[in-house]
Design a protein around this ligand. Sequence first.
Ligand code: FES
Ligand code: FES
Length: 79
Amino acid sequence: MDTPEIVKKAPFAVPVEAGKAYWWCACGRSAQQPFCDGSHKGTAFRPVKYQPTEDGKAFFCGCKHSGNQPLCDGTHKQL
Ligand code: FES
Ligand code: FES
C-alpha cells in the first residue's frame, strides 16, 4: 500500500455549496489541493467524493492521514 504525501499538517478551509460534488485528493500529489487533478494515476489512491447537504465551509484534510476522510479529524497533530 502506498503512503500518501503530506501536503500540509493543517486542513484546507473551503467554502462549499449544497449538492455540489467535490473530489478530495487522497494521494497528496495533486497540484490543485485539496482536490484531485488526476495525479494519483499509477498509485493505489482514488479521490474521495464529498457532497455537502448545506452551504458552508468544509475543512478538508491536508495531511492525507485523517480517519474521517475527506475531512480533517485532528490526526495532523500527531504527524
Ligand atoms: Fe490525489 Fe487524485 S490527485 S487522489
Ligand atoms: Fe489531516 Fe487534519 S489535516 S487530519
